[in-house]
Design a binder for this molecule. Structure first.
Ligand code: 5GP
Length: 190
């Protein structure tokens, strides 16, 4: 998505440790009109797939998942990063290592929100090493639902998670795919 690449070049900030900050439109302040455009692009890419649910993880995946879901007319289900009192005990769970926070947590989702007759599209803001997506795939697997693919706003291709998933046969669509972020210069894969 050319407009997203341009926005990353204009507003993105490269932090240490291969982290890209896009707080001005996706992670802290949400540029609603722009995120809705990203959602439309995801809906276009997966048109005709008969998706019944979008599955993401709190908190940064929710905005883009919501945008795609609005266009696709399906509900968003999001995994919580730690089991809280309002989730209950009847859950699917997966252990995830966080790239940005350097910690490990148990992602959880109530069993009632994912079931074997669902066709699921996973959506997230970033794909780096693939840990968050692996956790979501794991929980989809536990539910018996069919996984249609994954749609990502920004993939950092040089961290390998996306290509590893593609090699395993998963359809992974990234709206912007960064090949390198060296010396302050961002290069996209065509
Ligand atoms: P992974 O699990 O694929 O290694 O990392 C993806 C998760 O970590 C995403 O859910 C995202 O929240 C966070 N993340 C990874 N890399 C970045 C980054 O460069 N910038 C931001 N803002 N979040 C990132």
């Amino acid at each position: 998505m050319k407009a997203l690449e341009e926005k990353i070049l204009k507003e993105g900030k490269i932090l240490g440790g291969d982290v890209l900050k896009v707080g001005s439109f996706l992670n802290q302040r949400i540029d609603v009109a722009f995120v809705m455009q990203m959602g439309e692009e995801i809906a276009r890419l997966f048109e005709g797939e008969k998706i019944t649910k979008i599955f993401t993880i709190e908190s940064s995946g929710i905005a883009i998942a919501f945008a795609a879901a609005t266009k696709m007319n399906v509900p968003v289900v999001f995994a919580k990063k730690n089991k809280s009192a309002n989730v209950g005990d009847d859950v699917y769970t997966s252990r995830v290592h966080s790239f940005t926070h350097g910690n490990t947590y148990d992602a959880v989702v109530s069993k009632e929100f994912l079931s074997a007759d669902d066709k699921v599209l996973i959506v997230d803001d970033f794909l780096a090493r693939g840990n968050a997506i692996h956790g979501l795939i794991d929980m989809v697997g536990q539910s018996g639902a069919e996984l249609i693919g994954a749609a990502i706003a920004i993939e950092k291709g040089f961290q390998g998670g996306g290509d590893e998933l593609r090699e395993k046969g998963l359809r992974v669509e990234s709206l912007a795919l960064i090949d390198s972020m060296e010396e302050g210069k961002i290069t996209f894969r065509n």
